[in-house]
Write a protein that binds this ligand. Structure first.
Ligand SMILES: Nc1ncnc2c1ncn2[C@@H]1O[C@H](COP(=O)(O)OP(=O)(O)OP(=O)(O)O)[C@@H](O)[C@H]1O
Length: 247
């Protein structure tokens, strides 16, 4: 046991494409600890999204394994359907697009994540409200997603990912659809989530402007890690008020 929240060891994923084999991921080992913001950069097709699929227990590796909080949960042939509950409690996902439910308000979108987890409607709604206020979206709670800017929608999606208080957050290019100011706000929020919640946060990004926030950055190429940079003097934005704990 390493003490890491996420410990991916030797992860490999090969796809058969016609007569050839695509090595989307080729023996990647990477750890993320509580309180760390870890970045993954690299050219298109270098295996970044494939890494997140494997680390997020959405696909098993073809070799290697994934350990989350000391429990080995994925390896070749693993039946990941059985891990649905584990995944919901352990991992919060954030994607490039917010993918909010259009006919629910921002508050209802976040509360739904708790109600699915058997939290009663009233405390779920109260918690969603607290969370959104803490993320600077108190004025948007009763608005549907279409009334929110792209950056606001993405922050609601982050609130939804936080709702079950997961120790691990995985984000795939969460700022790709945002302008630089809103992108920076979203990246600072990930930094704060790592600091305040002591979550391990792993973000795939093409955005070079926020790399000063990260503890470690891994560079991927051809399915492998080809570079690692550690930041000793990273920027720490002022922490938001203590994010409330879930009911
Ligand atoms: N289901 C699949 N079947 C076949 N090949 C795949 C599949 N998924 C990914 N690949 C290939 O694996 C390689 C890595 O893809 P991946 O999406 O992980 O890269 P990426 O670094 O996330 O790229 P991008 O920055 O464009 O999102 C690519 O060559 C891709 O075409």
């Amino acid at each position: 046991m390493t003490g890491a929240i996420l410990d991916v060891h030797g992860a490999t994923r090969h796809y058969v494409s016609g007569d050839s084999i695509v090595k989307a991921l080729d023996g990647v080992s990477l750890e993320a600890h509580g309180g760390e913001l870890v970045g993954i950069v690299g050219p298109s097709g270098s295996g970044k999204s494939t890494f997140l699929l494997i680390a997020g227990l959405l696909e098993p590796p073809t070799a290697g394994d994934v350990t989350i909080r000391g429990q080995k949960v994925s390896e070749p042939g693993a039946n990941l359907d059985r891990l649905r509950d584990f995944r919901r409690h352990a991992i919060g996902f954030v994607f490039q697009k917010a993918n909010l439910i259009p006919f629910l308000t921002a508050g209802e979108n976040v509360a739904l994540a708790l109600e699915i987890d058997d939290v009663a409607a009233r405390p779920a709604r109260a918690y969603a409200t607290d969370l959104l206020i803490n993320l600077g979206l108190g004025h948007r709670i009763d608005n549907p997603p279409a009334r929110l800017s792209g950056g606001e929608q993405q922050r609601v999606a982050i609130a939804r990912a936080l709702a079950n208080d997961p120790p691990l957050i995985l984000a795939d290019e969460p700022t790709a659809a945002l302008d630089s100011h809103r992108g920076r706000q979203v990246m600072e929020l990930f930094r704060q989530i790592a600091d305040v919640r002591q979550a391990a946060v792993v973000v795939v990004t093409h955005d070079p402007r926020s790399l000063d926030l990260f503890d470690r950055i891994y560079e991927f190429a051809d399915g492998r890690i080809v570079g690692e940079e550690r930041s000793a003097d990273k920027v720490r934005p002022e922490a938001v008020g203590l994010l409330p704990q879930r009911p």
